[in-house]
Write a protein that binds this ligand. Structure first.
Ligand code: ZN
Length: 61
């Protein structure tokens, strides 16, 4: 069960054992993520890459 906290933490940082305030909420196909600035940018870059196959090369497996 999810614990209620006053400040929403970045999910991506949480996976690394870090606590960082989330500033961005991302919703993808029914899943939602809360992300800090840094991870928000990473996701944005990642999704931008997904939709532009021309100039971006695959960075992840
Ligand atoms: Zn983060």
């Amino acid at each position: 069960m999810r614990k209620m906290v006053e400040v929403t933490q970045c999910d991506a940082c949480g996976k690394k054992g870090k606590e960082r305030e989330a500033t961005t909420a991302l919703s993808v196909a029914g899943d939602s993520y809360d992300l800090c600035d840094e991870h928000g940018k990473k996701f944005r870059t990642y999704f931008a890459a997904l939709f532009s196959t021309e100039k971006m090369t695959a960075q992840s497996a």
